[in-house]
Design a protein around this ligand. Structure first.
Ligand SMILES: NC(=O)C1=CN([C@@H]2O[C@H](COP(=O)(O)OP(=O)(O)OC[C@H]3O[C@@H](n4cnc5c(N)ncnc54)[C@H](OP(=O)(O)O)[C@@H]3O)[C@@H](O)[C@H]2O)C=CC1
Ligand SMILES: O=C(O)[C@@H]1CCC=N1
Length: 269
């Protein structure tokens, strides 16, 4: 039995707890820490998982899954470090923070694995990018891959690609939601009731995602198949091009990548 403690049960920490339970992990194998007692009680009620103090989590767990905001990391690691025995695997889910930051703040030789998940973890559809730190062994990476695969898909990437992965898949769901929201508003503007507009757009997004997942699918060819000569889609796409949407998307992903790198640099000595 691998015991996992989630340190910081906010949006991502709760998604991880919920996803692991749905994937068959028993609540007894899981623990979490949370600052506010009311929030801790709510999560215990919802998932049957025990809320514990950080020191106890470190004592009990094999895996410490760190899910606090990057700005909260230093005080958390200061609390974790003195309680470590050296056998714990530290898994960071924090955007931007390099494994070297954890290695500097924790006892020498601590195995650290960096993961960039995303919120669809809540429905078993996460995309997680995984990288090992200096002391992470193959068995550690395998364990984390197994853990994250139980709540979606997981790929191993070199740590140098983590900021890009954060921009693409960590933040990615927000960009899709933004597009869906915009299309629903356009439907409302065109006089379609909001509920109907939402149904039309959300099912189209789900259908497009399912098509993208089929063998050999290519987004360009799928788009061409929708675009009839002289038709409606070509008229719509011309407006997207006129407004520079493709370059706006490239700039958005690049801004997110740079922000991830900045979050890491903010913690350099
Ligand atoms: N949201 C997302 O889509 C994604 C987020 N991430 C990463 O996950 C991490 C968490 O993000 P998110 O879940 O959105 O943020 P939240 O603010 O929702 O969650 C962070 C939680 O950690 C708690 N916390 C902070 N310090 C401590 C501490 N010392 N001990 C115990 N609990 C503590 C916070 O409590 P309090 O409420 O008191 O502050 C809060 O509940 C971030 O590093 C983020 O970069 C990664 C991928 C996607
Ligand atoms: O916006 C953020 O910083 C976090 C990391 C990836 C998604 N949300």
């Amino acid at each position: 039995m691998t015991r996992i403690a989630v340190l910081g049960a906010g949006k991502i920490g709760e998604s991880l707890l919920s996803g692991l339970i749905s994937a068959g992990w028993s609540p007894g194998e899981l623990q979490f820490t949370e600052r506010y007692p009311a929030r801790a009680a709510e999560l215990t009620d919802r998932y049957g998982v025990a809320a514990v103090e950080v020191a106890q989590a470190v004592r009990d767990a094999d895996v410490l899954a760190v899910a606090v905001k990057p700005q909260d990391i230093d005080p958390l690691l200061a609390e974790v470090a003195p309680n470590m025995t050296g056998r714990e695997l530290v898994v960071s889910l924090c955007a931007g923070l390099p494994t070297s930051l954890f290695e500097r703040s924790l006892p020498a030789g601590t195995a650290v694995v960096r993961v960039m998940p995303n919120t669809p973890m809540l429905v078993g559809e996460a995309m997680s990018a995984i990288s090992g730190g200096a002391h992470a062994q193959d068995a550690d990476l395998k364990l984390v891959e197994e853990m994250m695969s139980s709540v979606g898909s997981a790929v191993l990437v070199p740590e140098g690609q983590q900021d890009a992965a954060t921009a693409l898949s960590g933040s990615g769901p927000a960009y899709f939601y933004y597009l869906v929201e915009s299309m629903i508003e356009a439907g409302v503007l065109a006089g379609v009731p909001r509920d109907t507009a939402a149904e039309l757009v959300v099912q189209s997004a789900a259908g497009a995602a399912a098509m993208l997942r089929t063998d050999g699918a290519h987004p360009g060819r799928l788009r061409e198949a929708v675009t009839s000569p002289g038709g409606t889609t070509a008229a719509g796409l011309r407006e997207l091009d006129r407004h520079g949407v493709r370059s706006a998307v490239v700039d958005a992903v690049e801004a997110a990548r740079q922000r991830s790198a900045e979050l890491g640099r903010a913690h350099e000595d």
